[in-house]
Design a binder for this molecule. Structure first.
Ligand SMILES: *[C@@H]1O[C@H](CO)[C@@H](O)[C@H](O)[C@H]1NC(C)=O
Ligand SMILES: *[C@@H]1O[C@H](CO)[C@@H](O)[C@H](O)[C@H]1NC(C)=O
Ligand SMILES: *[C@@H]1O[C@H](CO)[C@@H](O)[C@H](O)[C@H]1NC(C)=O
Ligand SMILES: *[C@@H]1O[C@H](CO)[C@@H](O)[C@H](O)[C@H]1NC(C)=O
Length: 399
């Protein structure tokens, strides 16, 4: 690659080509920058930005940013829309696990990790080939102490650490050898790069206001990006933040199945399997989405439960109808043992979670399925799942 900058779109196309080249034509080692398998906005953007920067600075080896998820799951990351749009990108420009060749000899690869510090899943086999890491989770000690860089420290966003670590290199790319910083002359390519980098920092720190999360590097990196690394008179960080936040809640492009699997977790206790889907719109929205209403929605939930082999299917919603924050909860026991667990949960959690019948019981089925308004607004899945699991353990022990 030449030292002159290119657009992210061109860069990603070059990375895709490098990956698709027949084995004999590969330029070895293939060097990847990969994010956490949670594949959130921080991971996805950090991988792209770091790969771009490392491909442009000495020794200018092409780095392939790898989104750590299958291609079909990328469609679920709806909040990426406004970020990709800022850089004239589409989701199809990103490289996912689905494009990773099956038979890659670990010896022919090198890996830089962002937003995690231990490879997971199918990528674990490349563990000995990790040459660098930038992460904001607890250090698990698997990345070699010789790795370069090896930056593992607490920060609101992993991207802040990427920006901070490469601040000088980035300034150099943006301003060349000029000693004085002339911010009004930065290429469109680099301006777009800086805007992509800014997204996770402001989103993960709620615009740098989440005091429990924000670290000095979040603040300094956001400031650096906005004040020295972009040249865009039109850029409005507040509008950008609002666009991403709105996109997060705009489920209109997703099917009900995708909505149920987008933010999904499962557990097994007492021989009972529970799956909880969190949804950023309420049951009214889901019913409308199901078009033919209640039966269609119940059927969709049932197919999801069958696909995941669930005994208890649960949906938790958050919404803001008329500006009022609300939580709704649906719990459905599909087998005999799990119905006992649901009954136990209902007895136990009704007061704890301040549960009230939702919409006159429209979605209920006596003895197995209940939809509630959950007036205990502080209780997210972190609090609700343990209550359900306790009921499952109890039911498993009292069959
Ligand atoms: C990936 O990120 C999630 C969310 O921050 C975290 O809980 C998990 O530990 C990370 N995975 C690894 C392997 O670090
Ligand atoms: C701005 O950038 C252009 C193209 O890179 C360059 O030719 C020009 O000299 C720069 N102007 C200033 C004031 O740095
Ligand atoms: C984010 O914070 C900045 C500075 O404090 C403020 O000007 C801006 O309006 C905020 N944006 C949002 C979306 O709250
Ligand atoms: C939601 O996204 C769709 C495209 O997927 C768009 O047409 C619509 O305007 C968006 N709605 C809102 C409220 O932003």
């Amino acid at each position: 690659m030449s030292t002159s900058t290119i657009s992210l779109k061109t860069f990603l196309a070059a990375a895709r080509d490098a990956l698709a080249a027949p084995p004999a034509k590969r330029s070895l080692p293939l060097t990847f920058v990969v994010g956490n398998e949670s594949a959130d906005i921080d991971s996805l953007c950090s991988a792209v930005v770091l790969a771009y920067l490392r491909s442009h600075i000495a020794p200018q080896r092409l780095h392939i940013p790898l989104s750590n998820l299958p291609r079909e799951d990328l469609a679920l990351r709806i909040e990426l829309g406004p970020v990709l749009a800022k850089a004239d990108l589409d989701a199809s420009d990103l490289i996912t696990l689905s494009e990773l060749p099956q038979q890659l000899d670990p010896k022919e690869t090198q890996w830089v990790l962002v937003d995690h510090n231990a490879l997971t899943g199918d990528l674990k086999k490349y563990e000995s080939r990790v040459v660098g890491c930038i992460d904001h989770h607890v250090d698990e000690g698997t990345v070699n102490t010789q790795a370069m860089p090896r930056v593992i420290e607490t920060c609101g966003s992993c991207m802040s650490l990427v920006v901070d670590t490469y601040a000088d290199a980035w300034r150099n790319l943006a301003h060349g050898e000029q000693s004085a910083i002339v911010t009004k002359n930065i290429s469109k390519d680099l301006t777009q790069l800086a805007q992509v980098a800014l997204a996770p920092i402001i989103i993960d720190t709620i615009n740098l206001t989440a005091d429990a999360k924000v670290r000095p590097k979040d603040t300094s990196s956001a400031k650096l990006l906005e004040s020295e690394l972009m040249d865009d008179a039109e850029f409005d960080a507040k509008a950008y933040y609002d666009d991403i936040t709105e996109a997060k809640e705009n489920l209109s492009s997703l099917s009900l199945r995708d909505i149920l699997r987008k933010d999904y977790k499962e557990w097994e206790d007492g021989g009972i399997k529970l799956g909880i889907s969190c949804v950023v719109q309420n049951f009214d929205f889901l019913l409308e989405k199901a078009r033919s209403g209640q039966e269609a929605l119940v059927q969709e939930m049932q197919s999801w439960a069958q696909e995941q082999k669930l005994d208890i299917a649960s949906v938790m919603t958050t919404s803001n109808p008329g500006g009022e924050f609300q939580r709704h909860l649906l719990v459905w026991g599909l087998t005999d043992a799990s119905k006992k667990a649901v009954k136990r949960f209902r007895d136990d959690a009704t007061s704890k979670l301040k549960l009230e019948e939702w919409n006159s019981g429209t979605l209920d089925e006596e003895g197995s399925r209940y939809a509630w308004r959950q007036l205990a607004l502080d209780s997210s899945r972190k609090q609700v799942a343990p209550l359900l699991r306790d009921a499952m353990k109890w039911a498993g022990a009292n069959l």
